[in-house]
Design a binder for this molecule. Sequence first.
Ligand code: PCA
Length: 327
Amino acid sequence: MKSIFTHLRCTAAAVTIGLGMTIQAQAATWDMPTPYPDATFHTQNIAQFAKDIEDATGGELTIKLHTAGSLYKHPEIKNAVRGGQVPIGEFFISLIGNENPVFAADSQPFLATNYDDAKKLWDAQKPIVADLLDKQGLMPLFSVPWPPQGLYTRKEIKTVDDLKGIKFRAYNPTLEKFANLIGGAPTQVEVPDLPQAFTTGRVEAMITSPSTGANSKAWDFVTHYTDIQAWLPKNIVVVNKKAFRKLDSKIQEAVLVAAASAEKRGWEMSKEETAAKTAIMKDNGMIIVQPSAELMKGLQEIGKAMLVDWQESAGAEGEALLKAYNQ
Ligand code: PCA
């Protein structure tokens, strides 16, 4: 197994301090795997985060991005950071919803469907997520939501029945369950593999943001986008605690300051994406549909049943989360 040190390419810069004593200030490079392509606003936000750290530390800490699952595939990123193969990484929080339902709170259909509620949900979820990750030697740095999730299909969808039998692309266990409950057949596909999954017929429909729809040129393989605003799932950037502790305190501070700015900037970028990327899909010939009341009612009923199941499986932690959210 590769250790974290193989990823810390140290260039020793000799620094001379008083009395002619010499210490080694080591400039480090941190490899950072991320799951999504470069044009994704999350990736661009992380590139700015990396630049902020490099600027603030005068190059003493450089973060080298490995995007689109190029260093570690998305499902491996969390454990790569946990195991110390890399010191830092990004992943989709709800991807690990099977580890603990709290990680999947932001993907519960119709629980939080706008930015204000998503923020409230994150405030309620954050301390529990931080605690769970802490037990794995990880520390969250920041988390940013995707725009509200909509429905991409090859025909107009007026009711839940119209979705029966469709091969659905899923990106986490919650969406897999949702797709099953609406009568579809789900398959897990990562964003970089989306166009191929559609063109080869592995999948025929998906639920994702206008960001991912526009960036993967959804108009090449589907015709309709129905704006169901089902939930706002989040990405999270985590650091290996041991690696973080090894940093000089001034550098630790620079990382935390850059992380706080990245979270704030990321939420704003996300809000701007929604309209901008929906417009791009429209310009490329996609039919943008407002959902029928009947479709929404059907989907929301499934959401309600899923929330009851979620509460049962999430126990006391889930109860505390919902209580904080509903306050
Ligand atoms: N895009 C990512 C996660 C949610 C989103 O909007 C995806 O489709 O996998």
